[in-house]
Ligand binder design. Sequence first.
Ligand code: CO8
Length: 256
Amino acid sequence: MYNNIQIQVNDHTALLEINRPKNLNALNRETLEDIDHAFQNELLNDESVRGVIITGAGEKAFVAGADIKEFMHYSQEEGLALAKWGHGVMNRIEAFPKPVIAAINGFALGGGLELALACHFRVANQQAKLGLPEVSLGLIPGYGGTQRLAQLVGKGKAMEMILTGEMIHAQDALNWGLVNYVVEQTDLISKAMELLEKMYGKSSNAIAAAIKAVNAGLSKSEDGFSTEMQAFGDGFGTPDFKEGVDAFLNKRKPKF
Ligand code: CO8
């Protein structure tokens, strides 16, 4: 039914695997549409599903970002429109009434880390590398990362990650509170399942209410989200964006 994701349901847990391993599971529009559709339909409506794990196919990546090759020719207007729509997808995951855990099995970069940040919490394997490298492309994060990362790790660490664009290792992510657990790859999904199973013994109405309440307390940064969307769109009109994307495609360092 979906071209870019696979869903397996076992014992109340839906495992949603993003399945574009040749592109390190980069989020093109169709993939994000698949994810959004799955959440708002079968995962929401199937009463046997009580929790969701999102992970990436293959051994290398959770998600290496939004698909640079897809948006490389976008105008400012198209960039802004994409950010607005993507914000909606991330907000819907964040507000999902059943617990959603990101199981980060490698690179979680750019839009990929932003997807993980929209989940209710995160577990990672030892090899995971996390980062918001958009400044290397002449852009800023455009799926809520400037806001959710700062909420999670505090302004200082968020500034460091966003302004340097550098990746951090799983252990640092654990120390900074960006992920809740770091485990061997072989234990990654079972760790996420174990956590969800603890919740299945509790009231699902109370869990939905708790998700809503925690989110409500942090939702006052609407202006921040709007500023991010506008600045993300503006990036598409700059020579730096052209240089950054050309450098990525030609596997060289950008000259800004
Ligand atoms: N988009 C498209 N293709 C990608 C992406 C991506 N984000 N990441 C990797 N790929 C592709 C590569 O181009 C390569 O394809 P090919 O084999 O055809 O050359 C294949 O995946 C394998 O990648 P590499 O050969 O580069 O693998 P390495 O192990 O050498 O490097 C890295 C792995 C370090 C992860 C490297 O691939 C990389 O730096 N990727 C890009 C990371 C990045 O910049 N991500 C941020 C993207 S921007 C973003 O996410 C904006 C978020 C907001 C979105 C708002 C709407 C657009």
